[in-house]
Design a protein around this ligand. Structure first.
Ligand code: SF4
Ligand code: SF4
Length: 262
């Protein structure tokens, strides 16, 4: 499908000739505005398969480029450069360098899933956006996003203990992202919690900071989940060629849950 949206025409591809005459007619300046042809030589033929190998990207091959996802998209409504249909097109065509031009906004998907409901082909565009953001991180094209840090901290704690303890998750998230523990908004939230929550719950939350709660007999489940996660991580790394040495390949860098269990 042709790329027809006006905002997808790159400014550097627009050429205007100040002095141009064609068949005796002066078409200088604005009248001689041309859009230069793009020449793409660095196809990544594996890109669709790589993104399809990550969770959420499985059905990218079904896309027929109707544009319903972009039309429904919450983020596209405020930033027309955020264009799931166009990125799916680039991925399926293997146009990696074109996709990388938008690498700093792809993670902005807010997971509202409007695109998923609008899609007539069950592509799960929201999942494709997530898979693409993970692909960019795993390939070393973008740094790990705060939401990825949060997901990893959250998952690590669930796997380690079978429980969620909010205070620990916030502390772990701050540590991973280099943020100070004392922050104005956090102090305000704690003050409100102290005023609004029942005393029993506050004591429970306070104790959880010193004695880490665990689900009874969790070890067997933890080992099974760790095995599964490691197996999946290995599959993803292999699909993305992350075990092979190469330029720009920073390898598998996801924290495995065992580390957080310690
Ligand atoms: S889930 Fe993401 S891509 Fe889909 S409509 Fe919402 S913001 Fe747009
Ligand atoms: S709505 Fe579905 S089929 Fe249509 S362009 Fe988006 S992903 Fe492709």
């Amino acid at each position: 499908m042709p790329i027809h949206e006006q905002n997808l025409i790159r400014p550097e591809n627009i050429v205007t000739n100040e002095n141009l005459e064609i068949d005796g007619i002066d078409v200088s300046g604005h009248w001689s505005t041309f859009i230069e042809s793009r020449v793409v030589t660095d196809y990544n033929e594996a890109m669709e398969d790589e993104i399809a190998a990550l969770p959420g990207g499985e059905y990218i091959h079904r896309c027929w480029q109707c544009g319903s996802c972009t039309n429904a998209c919450t983020v596209n409504a405020v930033n027309e450069d955020f264009n799931p249909r166009f990125w799916i097109y680039l991925i399926r065509m293997g146009m990696e360098s074109e996709l990388l031009r938008d690498k700093d906004i792809i993670w902005q998907c807010v997971s509202c899933n409007k695109c998923t409901y609008a899609c007539p082909r069950d592509v799960n565009p929201e999942g494709v956006m997530k898979a693409t953001a993970h692909w960019l991180e795993k390939k070393g094209h973008t740094p790990k996003s705060p939401s990825m840090h949060f997901d990893e901290e959250f998952s690590s704690q669930v796997i380690a203990t079978g429980k969620i303890e909010e205070g620990r998750i916030i502390r772990g998230f701050f540590k991973r992202t280099g943020q100070p523990l004392i922050q104005d908004w956090l102090l305000e939230m704690v003050k409100r919690l102290l005023r609004g929550l029942p005393a029993k719950m506050l004591i429970h939350m306070g104790l959880a900071n010193f004695v880490r709660p665990r689900t009874r007999n969790w070890d067997r489940a933890r080992r099974a989940i760790e095995e599964y996660v490691e197996e999946k991580e290995a599959q993803h790394a292999e699909a993305l060629g992350l075990n092979k040495p190469g330029p720009g390949n920073r390898g598998l860098d996801v924290d495995l849950p065992k580390q957080a269990a310690e």
